[in-house]
Design a protein around this ligand. Sequence first.
Ligand code: PRX
Length: 581
Amino acid sequence: MDHPTIEKRARDKRQPPQLQKYEALRKSFSWAQVEKELDWVPGGGLNIAHECIDRHCEGKRGDVTAMVWVGKNGEEERYTYEQMRVEINKCANALTSLGMRKGDRVFVFLDRLPETYFTILGTLKAGGVVGPLFSAFGPDPVRDRLQDSGATILVTTPELRKRIAAILPQCAELQHIVIVNKLGRSKEPLVQGDVPYDALVAKASAEFTATTTRDDYSIMHYTSGTTGKPKGAVHRHNSVLQQYVTGKWCLDLRPDDIYWCTADPGWVTGTSYGMIAPWSNGVTQLVYEGGFKATVWYELIAKYKVTVWYTAPTAIRMMMKIGVEAAKRRDTKSLRFIASVGEPLNPEGIFFGQEAFDLPFHDNWWQTETGGIMVANYAEAPIKPGSMGRPIPGVEVAIVDDKGKTVSPGTVGNLAVKPGWPSMFQTYWRNEAMYKSKFKDGWYITGDRAHMDADGYFWFVGRADDVINTAGHLVGPFEVESALVEHPAVAEAGVIGKPDPIAMEVVKAFVSLREGYEPTEELRRELLRFARGKLSAGVAPREIDFLPSLPKTRSGKIMRRLLKARELGLPEGDTSTLEED
Ligand code: PRX
């Protein structure tokens, strides 16, 4: 099939793109070239925090603003690279003073506050492994992650601590809880034994020399699969190579940019491209604590003169809903490059960008496991609306069949990557067997299905498994089912992704009830509330249907595929393994 391309307009071309001559670079490229662009630490080590912050201070850019923080109540704080360096070093020393050693896990359960960024980079500076958590999480996801990672330090706020108080005694390896009470917003008294962040860092030294190597573990993000609880994908300091260079190639970053990534650091986009890529490129970054509201977002772009903006299709669809006029009423002319990730970007989203901002959104593709962008639409290249673009130089991406053989252009198969890219995940924490299972016949199998066209552009088709993508966030059905069956009324639960015009999919659950319970509207509401309380609003089911029993295979596995087909009125496919009641 021939796919039309859209030409960029003059406005996109105000500056020559960072990546030029894509084809030529892809042929000649070697990662050794990027290694030379990094600073490294004395003795040949590599440290993400050093590459993000310290190197700019040494290079006399210490006075440049690294972070503009806008609080949810309109507060504003600014930090130069030098001030960030001091805050991060103090945090690194403070964590070390609590007994944190290289490789220890520090979990960060915070809203988007300056301290969130100091703590994540402070942990990395000191050689700890940092696990950022969404502040929307309920007690269950926090408990699962703290237990699985064996985290020894948790950094959180008074309110969030209260929300998860019941699960804390179940986290046996946890030794310290550090409390950030931003601007004294909370009147909650400090729980005995907890450590106040401000007092802890106040007495810490502002100097810290990193001693990590490129292979030391850095960040872990939990990601959902079809079976079992979410797994902790572990990255290493070496990832900064790819995050740095893709910041240039795929987001067109340059040091005088005002950059805004709308993702939360609880999601890999919020660390790889909400911290590491922008700061290693020396830009000024906007961090907004508040949530999505199109008009507020437009005002932020106008007020702070954002030049590069990285967001997600669900947000774009929500902007489309209120129409282009709302965007046109604000002055968003500062924007030079806009990009999107996390879900398929409908061509309409790209056209909306052109109408609303006079710029097309550039879609790109990657995953928690890849750690950095793998496939992208570049500033210099024509966009084919609906395509995720082409692989970055230095990685090999292909479509392979179930036997690991590459297929011809146009054929749908498994989206696969040749192992060895710099930001490749190193393991799933305490689950090496699951890690190994992702590699087959010399390929890392991503779990996505796609095809490649004759020009080398990749087109997303869907997930190969039952993982649900709701507003860009992956939800493992098992996690939701486990929460539901903890309710005394629920005998069994099966969870699917139901197509949704805005969020792509929403979580829908089917439950069968135990003896003595009636499928009433009241019980439905109670179950919805129950799941929200345990999980988070984004992960909990939006809809629950009662069924007398759930379709299962003869080995007793709930057939989610069948639940989905029935929900959508689609053919049921092969039901030969179905166990009928
Ligand atoms: O299914 C793909 C979808 O999101 C998954 C990765 O999600 P996560 O591990 O949370 O990583 C987030 C960092 C981007 C992928 O396996 N996905 C991501 N980008 C796209 C996409 N689906 C279609 N088009 C994309 N551009």
